[in-house]
Design a binder for this molecule. Structure first.
Ligand code: ATP
Length: 387
């Protein structure tokens, strides 16, 4: 991700973010949305670097009080999108609207958006309170009022009384919370987070994801967050947007995207590996793995078919597609998580297959197993569209 040198405060607005000092609601509270939705809209936003589009005619909408997560491989344009919304990058074409107002020509510090970067960029020479209150002091908020708000924000992020601690004495997770408190301090109408939990270990990330979701829900904050991690996105978001090469590959409610990936790209990005060419006819698909039931409304023809690991059932060897167990991995959290094992199977025909099974029933590597495919009405097979 390109680093930004114009802003070291953790908010795109930083010192001078919109709003009259001291006139706003309680720290972190959000004013009602006059537009009744669609707080942020991007229309046909294109950004080119050296002629190459980093964003290519992107349309996107974030409704008030909702969390939208941008997902996508490295280089797909996620950070560029945040920078455009923050006013740190001018689009070559298209419009950014906040509360229905075109932001063209509106400086970053006048947009009222907060941006928290990947590496949270705390001031090492200031203590916790100095970091959280920096933007407020710069906006001319009186010292006592700043102190009151800082205390309230530290309570909010679960660090009560930590104001005097040097930031160097904090753990990674605590620093993350301080950065979050600092980003929330100017009461941005839109909070943007770029890989907010990227540098933390998995356990802490999972815990903070849950806490963040609860916090944003309580505050009613509108959030646009970038993450590499699908588990994080699915746990945090009301809506996910999957990016590919500067375009939106799919957007929707997390469960909807998870259940019905629109394309092979999205399916693979979400971690699904059982994708195979299929000839669909009359509610079933002929594949290299044999005949697999598909939803009755699937159009006939040559298609790509996704079979979820949960749709790959282990049966006696004689009763199905014969496979050898190559490996097994334990599944942790995340959208495909839970207590269980993912088996990597080598079928006698066709590409490798992944199957989900309970820990107690997991065969050893090297074992021969049979595989049968779940009925299509269980939603375990998806006929994919698009590239
Ligand atoms: N300032 C810049 N100058 C030239 N090219 C850039 C610049 N910023 C971004 N790019 C290019 O634009 C594309 C999108 O980059 P961007 O940082 O938005 O992707 P990303 O999805 O955020 O990636 P990551 O997940 O690695 O942070 C990449 O090909 C990147 O190399």
């Amino acid at each position: 991700m390109p680093t930004d040198t114009t802003d070291t405060t953790g908010t795109a607005g930083g010192p001078g973010t919109t709003g009259t000092p001291g006139s706003g609601p309680a720290p972190g509270a959000v004013a009602p949305d006059p537009g009744g939705g669609g707080l942020l809209r991007l229309e046909g936003v294109t950004v080119r670097f050296a002629g190459r589009p980093a964003l290519d005619a992107v349309d996107l909408r974030a409704d008030a009080h909702r969390t939208v997560c941008l997902l996508g491989p490295s280089g797909s344009g996620k950070s560029t999108l945040l920078r455009v919304v923050a006013g740190l990058q001018r689009p070559d074409a298209g419009r950014v609207l906040l509360d229905g107002r075109d932001q063209d020509g509106v400086a970053a510090h006048r947009r009222g958006v907060g941006l928290m970067f990947q590496d949270h960029q705390l001031f090492p020479q200031r203590n916790v309170a100095g970091n959280v209150g920096f933007g407020l002091r710069m906006r001319g908020l009186p010292r006592a009022e700043t102190a009151r708000r800082v205390d309230a924000l530290l309570d909010l992020v679960g660090l009560p009384g930590a104001g005097r601690r040097p930031v160097s004495s904090l753990s990674g997770g605590e620093q993350q919370r301080v950065a979050l408190a600092r980003a929330l301090a100017p009461e941005p109408r839109l909070l943007m987070l770029d890989e907010p939990l990227g540098q933390l270990d998995r356990t802490l990330r999972e815990r903070l994801t849950v806490e963040l979701r609860a916090l944003f829900g309580r505050l009613g904050t509108t959030v646009l967050a970038v993450t590499h991690d699908q588990g994080e996105a699915f746990a945090l978001a009301d809506r996910v947007v999957v990016m590919r090469e500067g375009r939106v590959a799919q957007s929707g409610e997390p469960l909807e995207v998870w259940r019905r990936p629109a394309s092979e790209f999205v399916a693979r990005f979400l971690g699904f590996r059982n994708v195979v060419t299929a000839t669909v006819r009359g509610g079933a698909a002929e594949t290299a793995w044999g005949r697999i039931p598909v939803p009755p409304d699937a159009a006939d023809g040559e298609r790509r078919l996704l079979v979820r690991p949960a749709g790959v059932r282990l049966v006696p060897v004689a009763g199905g597609l014969r496979c050898t167990v190559e490996a097994r991995t334990f599944r942790g959290g995340g959208p495909s998580g839970g207590d269980g094992v993912t088996l990597l199977l080598r079928p006698e025909s066709g590409p490798p297959l992944e199957a989900a099974c309970p820990l107690s029933a997991a065969p050893e590597p090297g074992a021969a197993v049979g595989v049968a495919f779940a009925a299509a009405d269980e939603g375990e097979t998806v006929v994919l569209g698009g590239p």
